[in-house]
Design a protein around this ligand. Structure first.
Ligand SMILES: Cc1cc2nc3c(=O)[nH]c(=O)nc-3n(C[C@H](O)[C@H](O)[C@H](O)COP(=O)(O)OP(=O)(O)OC[C@H]3O[C@@H](n4cnc5c(N)ncnc54)[C@H](O)[C@@H]3O)c2cc1C
Length: 480
C-alpha cells in the first residue's frame, strides 16, 4: 500500500521553503527555526507523527490502494462522517484543543467543496476541473493549508470595490493573461500562515454585482510564492519557556496578514474567477463551512473539557473544591462542555444526504457558532472568579525556582494541602496561560470571531431556523 501520509520531519523539511515573513522589524529567513515560530511548528510536526503512529484509526485506504489521512476522506457513508468527527476529536486531544486551525481545518473545507463540485461546475467547468486536480494534489501530498477569506477592515460601510481611492486595499485581480491571474492587495488574517504549506484564498463578506467582481476569487497558492508577504503578528511563544507559559510556548498558531504583491496565480490554481454568485455559494451552499465546523466543534469540546478539568484541579489545590458554591461553578463548566459535546455527537449521528454525501446539518452548526461565541467569555469569567489572586501570586519565572535563596521563601509561602509548592506554581501558571496571558486573550478573540463576527453568525441562524414550525405550535395552542 502506498503511504501518502507525511511524517513530522517531512512536514518541517517542506516548510523550509524561503517564504517571506516579516516580524519584529525584519524579513526573516528560515522561519522554521526562528524563536517566534519554532515550537508551534514542532507541535504541528508532532501531530503529523501522531496520526502515522495511530494510522489504524486515523487513516483510510483509497480505492487505488493508497493510505491517506482520514481528514481527506469524502463522507460517502454515515460512518465516514462519524469517523471524520472522531478523527478531529482525537487530534484535538493532543493539544487539548489549543490549536484552532490545524491541518484538518482547511482540508475539511476542500472536502466540502468536493461534495458540491457540481455547483463549481455550474459556474465554470474549467475552474471545477482545476479544483478537482488541486484536491487530488493537496490530499495526496497531505498538505497543510490555511485560509484567507476576509478582507482587511478599512471602511466596513463600503464593499471593497467602493473603496474607490484604494481599489487594491483588499486583494483583487489586476490582470488576466494566458498563464493565469495577477492579484494584488491584502487579506485580513490567515491563522497559521507560518505553519501551513499553502493558502486557500476566498471571500466571505458581501460583494456587490457590478462593483466587486475583481474580488470574487478563490484560489490556492504555496506560501512561498513570489510576491506573497506574510506580515506576522506579535509571537506569543517568542522568549517564553514551557514551564512559565505551557500553552503560549507551544501552541501559538501565529495569525498573519497576507499581502499579495502582484502575485501570478496560474489558471490550474484558480477555482473561482470574478464570479460573485459562485463566491456566495462557496460559503453559503457547499459543505465547505459545515465540514470545517465539525473540526472546530471537536476542538472546542476538547478545550472546554480541558478548562473544566483545569478549574477543578485548581480548586482542589486551593482547598475550595468541596464548597457548595464552588461545586456549582464547576458544574456549570461541566455543563458547557457536555452541552457542546452533545451537539457535536448530534450533528455527526444525524446527517443529511446530498449527492450521496453524508453531511452535518447547517442550522445545527450555526447554533454551535452562536452558542460557542457567547459561552467562551463565561467560561473565562468563571475560572477567573474561582482563581482569585493565586494566578498572580507567582514568582516571575523559572529562574526564581533555580535560585536557592528565593526557592526557600517560595517553599514557605506556596502552600497547598495536596501538592508541592513548585507543582502549585506550575499549575497556577498553566491557569494564567489559559485565561489571562496574551495567548489566552487572543483565544478569546479567536472564539468570538474565527467563524465570523457575532452579528453574522446570528444573522445566519435567523435565516436558517425553521420559524414556520415554531409558529405552527403557537397556532395549534391558539386553536384549542
Ligand atoms: C484570532 C483570529 C483568527 C482569525 N483567523 C482567520 C483565518 O485564518 N482566516 C480568515 O479568513 N479570517 C480569519 N479571521 C478573521 C475573521 O474571519 C474575522 O475577524 C471575522 O470574519 C469578522 O470580521 P472583522 O474582524 O472584519 O469584523 P467586522 O466585520 O469589522 O466587525 C467588527 C464589529 O463591528 C460591528 N459590525 C461590523 N459590521 C456590522 C454590521 N454589518 N452589522 C452589525 N455590526 C457590525 C460588530 O460589532 C462587529 O463585531 C480571524 C480572526 C481572529 C480574531
Amino acid at each position: 500500500m502506498k503511504n501518502m501520509m507525511r511524517t513530522g520531519e517531512e512536514y518541517i523539511n517542506a516548510l523550509c521553503d524561503g517564504r517571506t515573513v516579516f516580524i519584529n522589524g525584519e524579513s526573516i529567513t528560515n522561519h522554521v527555526d526562528h524563536p517566534a515560530f519554532r515550537n508551534s511548528i514542532r507541535t504541528i510536526a508532532n501531530l503529523y507523527d501522531y496520526k502515522i503512529a495511530h494510522a489504524d484509526e486515523m487513516a483510510f485506504k483509497t480505492e487505488d490502494g493508497k493510505q491517506m489521512s482520514l481528514h481527506w476522506q469524502l463522507p460517502t457513508t454515515p460512518e465516514r462522517l462519524i469517523a471524520r468527527g472522531y478523527f478531529s476529536y482525537e487530534w484535538a486531544k493532543q493539544t487539548a484543543g489549543w490549536v484552532g486551525k490545524g491541518p484538518n481545518h482547511v482540508a475539511s473545507m476542500l472536502v466540502g467543496m468536493m461534495t458540491h463540485i457540481e455547483l463549481l461546475e455550474s459556474h465554470s467547468p474549467e475552474r471545477a476541473n482545476a479544483f478537482r486536480d488541486y484536491f487530488a494534489y493537496a490530499s495526496e501530498n497531505d498538505l497543510y493549508l490555511t485560509h484567507a477569506l476576509v478582507n482587511p477592515q478599512g471602511d466596513r460601510s463600503k464593499t471593497p470595490g467602493e473603496h474607490t481611492k484604494n481599489l487594491y486595499h483588499s486583494l483583487g485581480i489586476v490582470e488576466k493573461n494566458d498563464k493565469g491571474i495577477i492579484v494584488r492587495g491584502a487579506k485580513m488574517l490567515a491563522t497559521g500562515a507560518v505553519l501551513a504549506d499553502e493558502v486557500l484564498v476566498g471571500a466571505q463578506k458581501p460583494l456587490k454585482q457590478g462593483i466587486d467582481e475583481r474580488y470574487a476569487l478563490c484560489f490556492a497558492m504555496p506560501l512561498n510564492a513570489k510576491g506573497i508577504k506574510i506580515i506576522a503578528r506579535n509571537s506569543y511563544e517568542f522568549g517564553k519557556n514551557a514551564k512559565d507559559y505551557p500553552l503560549s510556548s507551544r501552541f501559538d498558531e501565529n495569525d498573519s496578514m497576507l499581502y499579495f504583491d502582484d502575485v501570478l496565480v496560474p489558471w490550474e490554481r484558480v477555482f473561482i474567477c470574478e464570479d460573485i454568485d459562485a463566491i456566495f455559494n462557496l460559503m453559503g451552499v457547499t459543505a465547505a463551512p459545515v465540514l470545517m465546523d465539525i473540526q472546530s466543534m471537536a476542538r472546542y469540546v476538547v478545550k472546554l473539557h480541558f478548562l473544566a478539568g483545569l478549574a477543578q484541579e485548581m480548586t482542589e489545590i486551593n482547598g475550595v473544591d468541596q464548597l457548595p458554591a464552588v461545586k456549582e461553578s464547576l458544574a456549570q463548566l461541566a455543563s458547557y462542555a457536555m452541552n457542546i459535546e452533545g451537539l457535536f455527537k448530534g450533528v455527526l449521528h444525524c446527517p443529511e444526504v446530498h449527492n450521496g454525501y453524508y453531511l452535518p446539518n447547517r442550522t445545527q452548526l450555526s447554533v454551535y457558532q452562536v452558542i460557542s461565541q457567547s459561552l467562551y467569555p463565561k467560561v473565562m469569567e468563571t475560572i477567573r472568579k474561582l482563581a482569585g489572586g493565586g494566578i498572580l501570586m507567582l514568582p516571575s519565572g523559572e529562574a526564581d525556582l533555580e535560585n536557592d535563596e528565593i526557592l526557600a521563601f517560595i517553599e514557605k509561602s506556596q502552600y497547598s494541602s495536596i501538592t508541592s509548592p513548585v507543582e502549585r506554581i506550575r499549575m497556577m501558571k498553566l491557569v494564567w496561560d489559559a485565561v489571562g496571558s496574551e495567548f489566552a486573550s487572543r483565544h478569546q478573540q479567536y472564539e468570538l470571531f474565527y467563524t465570523g463576527a457575532p452579528y453574522q453568525t446570528l444573522a445566519r441562524l435567523y435565516h436558517q431556523y425553521n420559524w414556520q414550525a415554531s409558529k405552527e405550535l403557537v397556532e395549534k395552542i391558539k386553536m384549542l
